[in-house]
Ligand binder design. Structure first.
Ligand SMILES: Nc1ncnc2c1ncn2[C@@H]1O[C@H](COP(=O)(O)OP(=O)(O)O)[C@@H](O)[C@H]1O
Ligand code: SF4
Ligand SMILES: [Mg+2]
Length: 396
């Protein structure tokens, strides 16, 4: 099969591997909250995304992780142009694409495609697989002239591991994993440079998740793709991601390489998320502190002042309510060459997260072995005896 035809880079020479392809700066999306039917009056706004900045580098996979409702899908939709930002910039190859319209926008969108979360609802049940995968060619006929489409679609089905002869079948004739392959084939149809995958395996059985993740990794090499890979669980993105951004209530809490985030998290929220990741090895499970996040995620319509995590943070102090912690390398780590030297939006990132002995519950009393319930809002400060660099919090 003539794969090179499907795999050629979409847009000529561009950034070298490792250089920024997308530069997201202070991205904001507020959804207005209105009252009244005839005369709509704005009474507030859902601050779904509220000042998010990061780069996507050529050839990398950036994982974005956070609890449901923290704004991940909204970021995805902003990146692919399905939503318009309230403020901020999305620079693609150096150009701000948020204000583009018409043909210029269409050309850019060809290069940034999305794979959706739920293959059960994102595929039109009345369309054949051939029509679904070939649909992008209706908008971009220049990529595949009409007479050539069937062959191109069959080629794409083959690339994602589906039998090209299934081209006339309907979505209900496929399993969940196969349906996600159809969604991926459609995402590849225009030969994009970037794929934004919004929880692409969350709706799939665990046994199928790895197959789809492997397929995405294989396609990344073959098609020279850069990925934004969204998940609500840190364990899913670990192996596929070069870097991981942790999101909380419309903002980024921490961003870094796999080693920095998993072995040396400095933000209390990341530490809590990691402590909930299942550990297969019983020995390390026994030695690991579990942090139970208490309290609900506040509403994005009225987020807490200062640090948004403060209502659930055991390290919170007065400063946290008054000053928004910037996402930057904490000053005590700036001279360090160790893995703690990565951006973290916490005023006290340099102080190690500790479960104080007096806060530990005797075994069995909390109903789940090894779990510690942390007191909210108390001063749990302790300094590291040997310098400011925090050690691993969640042992694997
Ligand atoms: N079109 C919309 N109108 C109003 N609120 C929205 C809209 N889309 C998302 N939201 C709200 O924005 C917040 C973030 O949603 P979303 O980006 O879907 O989060 P996630 O993908 O992390 O679960 C949620 O509170 C959600 O209810
Ligand atoms: S210590 Fe303060 S700034 Fe850091 S995460 Fe907790 S509340 Fe936010
Ligand atoms: Mg979502």
């Amino acid at each position: 099969m003539a794969r090179d035809e499907a795999s050629g880079a979409a847009a000529g020479a561009g950034p070298a591997p490792g250089e920024p392809l997308l530069e997201i700066r202070d991205l904001v999306k507020h959804f207005p909250l209105t009252r009244g039917v005839l005369f709509k009056k704005q009474i507030g706004a859902v601050k779904a995304v509220d000042g998010v900045s990061f780069d996507l580098r050529k050839g990398e996979t950036l994982g974005i992780v956070g609890e449901s409702g923290c704004g991940k899908s909204t970021v995805a939709k902003l990146l692919v142009g399905l939503e318009r930002p309230t403020a901020g910039q999305i620079r693609y190859r150096g150009e701000d694409i948020t204000r583009l319209s018409g043909r210029a926008m269409k050309a850019v969108r060809r290069n940034i495609q999305m794979v959706f979360q739920d293959p059960y609802t994102s595929l039109n049940p009345r369309m054949t697989v051939g029509d679904i995968v070939g649909e992008p060619y209706e908008i971009h006929p220049e990529v595949a002239p009409k007479g050539d489409r069937r062959r191109k679609v069959q080629e794409l089905l083959d690339v994602v591991g589906l039998n090209p002869e299934y081209i006339n079948r309907y979505p209900h004739q496929f399993s969940g994993g196969q349906r996600q392959r159809i969604g991926i084939a459609r995402g590849l149809a225009l030969r994009p440079e970037i794929i934004v995958a919004d929880e692409p395996v969350s709706a799939l059985d665990v046994s199928v998740q790895a197959q789809v993740v492997n397929l995405l990794e294989q396609l990344q090499d073959e098609f020279d793709l850069s990925y934004v890979f969204i998940a609500h669980d840190l364990s899913v993105v670990r192996h596929i991601s070069d870097r991981i951004a942790v999101m909380y209530l419309g903002r980024l809490a921490e961003i870094g390489t796999e080693e920095q985030i998993y072995d040396h998290p400095t933000h209390p929220y990341t530490q809590a998320l990691l402590s909930a990741v299942p550990v297969p090895d019983p020995d390390s499970r026994a030695s690991r502190d579990r942090i139970l996040l208490t309290g609900d995620v506040p509403s994005p319509a009225s987020p807490p002042s200062g640090c948004r995590f403060r209502t659930r943070c055991w390290k919170a102090r007065d400063l946290c309510a008054e000053v928004v912690p910037p996402l930057e390398v904490p000053p005590p780590f700036r001279e360090s060459t160790g893995p703690a030297r990565h951006p973290s939006a916490c005023h006290f990132a340099h102080e190690r997260q500790v479960v104080r002995d007096e806060d530990r519950l005797p075994d069995g009393e909390d109903g789940a072995d090894g779990e510690e319930r942390l007191p909210g809002g108390e001063d749990g400060e302790e300094r590291l005896p040997d310098g400011p660099e925090p050690g691993p919090v969640a042992h694997r």
